[in-house]
Design a protein around this ligand. Structure first.
Ligand code: ARG
Length: 496
């Protein structure tokens, strides 16, 4: 018993250390609406020249303007890269103090957040291939239009060209790739970003879109009027002394290094993986993927076995509801059944998002959120496969053990569990591999896993092939290794 407690304590400590407990949101142990000393801002760093990656740093007009604002106000600010479409919701649920992401001021958004005074202007453009048959706006009708989910461009496209013609992406980089690969006919997006994409890709060009000028402003949590006022004061001062104009000019002058095309496979590998040490995104992401998988697996195994035992014993013992014990066993059996049904009946992505946005709002450690989400998810699947394993154990053996005088629980421990586990092994191998690959949706909550690492590289280079292939190769190699391990395990069990 003591030993088990020790193992448990060590597990918890490892979990805290490896998930980087407490260091995720700068100082914040709790999410920070007001008062933890750091202003947490959401952004979607796929939007040059406003926010994009250079090396492992987010840079751009928004970042520089915010640096000037925070210097003026004496605040500490931290940007959090996430899906554009999640930023406003995260502000509303108090995970963030605000958002700065080239946000257009709209009436709809004003219901959820406050906006500062505008600091920049933009309009919508149409990005398309140079050899496209679309020559005028009219030609767009009936064609497939790409957008970023939740943006003003997305709204315009749906309203004017019909929902059925719009494909929304969570990151612009993915939309640009789809355009280059012929999956989209055009993309509707903000002017300066469109210009950057066209500059960086020799095969792309621009049309004007018929949408009026937009104002960019910072979104601020409705619960924080003081911050809104401070930001407004700073913006006013920085506009007056020309700081904001200088920053915008610096990023919108065309620079020659950009647009330089790398050709040939070697050039592409160089550009995508070597330059700016881009491969570190993959390595860091892989580390996160592995940590999340291992701890989720542990949770899944422990909880899964527990649930399987509860459910098989409730069935086999069929205790009377009159005894307190029997009632309890049946009750948790039903509860476990419900848990399995809910987890299996809903998409993992939604489970992850619900945990992140609803139940674990105050947990700033993204790895821990992912571990809990994937752990619970895999527990449900594992419990079913263990249940199958336990039930496959020969009835005669159980009866023999019982007639030798072993109690139900002794039989379970000595006879049923070891065999049941062995029967479950092949399916367990599959489940581990599924879990490992499923963590690739972690990017939805802003966690940089292997897949998200590849996306970040693409948001810098606008070339999909190499980063995605590299990530796929890494997944594949690890899956092959896992398969070998499970084959070995199965063989060992066969001898035993
Ligand atoms: N201005 C547009 C909007 O507010 C697009 C902003 C997209 N920003 C981004 N960082 N991806 O909807």
């Amino acid at each position: 018993m003591k030993n088990k407690k020790k193992i448990f304590a060590v597990f918890i400590c490892m979990l805290l250390v490896l998930t980087g407990f407490g260091k995720s949101y700068a100082k914040g142990e709790t999410s920070s609406v007001v008062n933890d000393g750091v202003i947490d801002l959401g952004t979607s760093a796929d939007f040059p020249p406003y926010e994009y990656y250079e090396g492992d740093k987010i840079v751009g007009i928004d970042v520089d303007i915010m640096a000037a604002i925070s210097e003026y106000l004496g605040y500490e600010v931290k940007f959090h890269d996430m899906e554009f479409n999640n930023i406003i919701a995260s502000i509303e649920s108090n995970k963030l103090d605000g958002g700065m992401s080239g946000f257009t001021v709209t009436e709809e958004r004003k219901k959820s957040v406050n906006f500062t005074e505008p600091y920049a202007k933009s309009e919508q453009r149409v990005l398309l291939k140079k050899d496209s048959e679309i020559k005028t706006l009219d030609d767009i009708r009936g064609k497939t239009i790409g957008t970023q989910l939740g943006t003003t461009g997305d709204m315009f496209a749906r309203d004017d060209f019909g929902e059925e013609n719009v494909q929304a992406f969570s990151k612009y980089s993915d939309a640009v790739l789809a355009l280059q690969n012929g999956k989209l006919d055009c993309i509707i997006l903000d002017d300066q970003t469109a210009v950057k994409f066209a500059d960086a890709n020799a095969d792309l060009t621009l049309l004007d879109a018929p949408y009026a000028e937009e104002d960019y402003a910072i979104a601020v949590n409705k619960g924080n009027e003081a911050l809104l006022n401070d930001f407004n004061e700073a913006i006013k001062a920085l506009k007056a002394d020309g700081t904001i104009d200088t920053i915008i000019a610096k990023y919108t002058q065309s620079d020659e290094e950009e647009g330089k095309q790398y050709s040939g496979i070697i050039g592409k590998i160089q550009n995508n993986l070597i330059n700016g040490k881009n491969y570190t995104y993959l390595l860091e992401g892989l580390k996160t993927t592995i940590i999340v998988t291992i701890f989720a697996l542990i949770i899944g195994l422990v909880l899964g076995i527990l649930i399987a035992i509860i459910r098989t014993s409730a069935k086999e013992l069929d205790p009377s509801l009159k005894s307190a014990k029997g009632f309890f066993l049946k009750f948790i059996d039903k509860l476990a059944g419900l848990f399995v049904t809910i987890i299996r009946g809903t998409p993992t992505t939604i489970q992850l998002l619900i945990l992140f946005n609803v139940f674990l709002v105050n947990l700033d450690n993204l790895r821990l959120v992912a571990i809990i989400a994937f752990g619970l998810n895999s527990a449900a699947y594992m419990s079913e496969l263990f249940r199958g394993g336990l039930q496959a154990v020969d009835k005669g053996e159980k009866e023999a053990a019982r007639s030798l005088g072993l109690s139900y629980w002794q039989t379970l421990k000595k006879v049923v569990l070891p065999q049941g586990f062995k029967f479950s092994l092949p399916a367990l191998g599959n489940e581990v591999i599924t879990l490992f690959k499923e963590t690739s949706i972690s990017g939805f909550i802003g966690l940089v896993d292997l897949t998200r690492g590849a996306s970040i590289i693409i948001s810098k280079t606008f070339q999909a092939a190499i980063p995605y292939f590299a990530a796929a190769l890494i997944y594949l190699v690890i899956v092959l290794v896992l398969e070998q391990i499970f084959k070995k395990l199965e063989r060992n069990y066969d001898y035993a």
